[in-house]
Ligand binder design. Structure first.
Ligand code: GLU
Length: 284
């Protein structure tokens, strides 16, 4: 009788354990992605040179290339990726509602964000800088007090500007296009944002320059939903990113998309020449 009881107990525990692991497997995001054969990634459509729509309506940029490379590693084909547009206001909710598997969208790691999403290892290092008119006397963040400065709401720039230039008159805009438009209309003296994004804006608007000094250090990383269902996916993506870093592939992407020096005219010209819209805007 006791023997029978114990064998029943063993059978029951085997049933329960296998039940749990099946459920875990069903919830596992990496398994779901492999079953559906497609990765769904949230990217920016307005943040040249990371995620933007080019003159022919094609989605391009550093973050887009990176998503294709991750799809190639995870699913054996770089085309097996679908993109959904996100911005700095909705990217975390689109991730947490399950609309996308991951976010690759110029997103800096911050302690506040770490409490609501899980980040990969960093894939790009940048920092906040300033965009000013080429004729502007402003040389550094310390000269912004009492000046009108544009920042983009819900970005790290909004927070750091208030810290580094507490006396600046802050004008918050919802997106980069509205911000740069306000600069063009001379509604402000400077605009703050990630250097890499400001360089993209200055390339499109040659009346502006980006100051060389960065006043913060920020790391872009891929964001995942928090929780055990994302763990396998995040571990695999971390391994892919670390291998890409080791093989120099991340560096290659950086050289492809971001001129090493904004004032390096040769590189700038190469980039502009590839996009017909800018060809005639840039002559020596
Ligand atoms: N990297 C900054 C951030 O994560 C700004 C970039 C963006 O607008 O997404 O807040």
């Amino acid at each position: 009788m006791i023997k029978k009881f114990f064998s029943c107990l063993i059978l029951l525990s085997l049933f329960l354990t296998s039940g749990c692991s099946k459920e875990e497997k069903d919830n596992d995001l990496l398994t779901q992605i492999k079953d559906r054969g497609r990765l769904i990634v949230g990217v920016k459509y307005d943040s040249r040179p990371f995620g933007y729509v080019d003159e022919n309506g094609r989605l391009k940029g550093f973050d887009i290339d990176l998503a294709h490379m991750i799809a190639r590693q995870l699913l054996g084909n770089e085309k097996k990726v679908s993109f959904k547009q996100v911005n700095q206001h909705n990217r975390i909710s689109k991730l947490n509602s399950g609309e996308v598997d991951m976010i690759i969208a110029t997103m800096s790691i911050t302690p506040q964000r770490e409490s609501v999403v899980a980040f990969s290892v960093p894939y790009y290092i940048t920092g906040q800088s300033l965009l000013v008119r080429k004729t502007s006397p402003i040389r550094a963040i310390g000269e912004l007090n009492e000046k009108k400065v544009i920042t983009i709401l819900n970005t790290t720039g909004e927070r750091t500007l208030r810290y580094f230039a507490p006396e600046a008159i802050v004008h918050g805009y919802r997106n980069y296009q509205d911000g740069i438009q306000a600069m063009k209309e001379r509604k402000a003296d400077a605009m703050t944002a990630d250097e890499a994004i400001l360089v993209g804006l200055a390339l499109e608007n040659p009346e502006f320059k980006v100051l060389p000094q960065k006043f913060t250090n920020e790391a872009y990383a891929i964001a995942f939903r928090k929780g055990p269902e994302s763990d396998n996916l995040r571990n695999d993506v971390d391994t892919i990113l670390l291998q890409m870093r080791k093989k120099g592939e991340l560096n290659h992407l950086k050289h492809k998309w971001i001129p090493s020096s904004y004032d390096n005219k040769r590189k700038m010209k190469q980039i502009l020449n590839k996009t017909p819209k800018y060809k005639d805007k840039f002559s020596e």
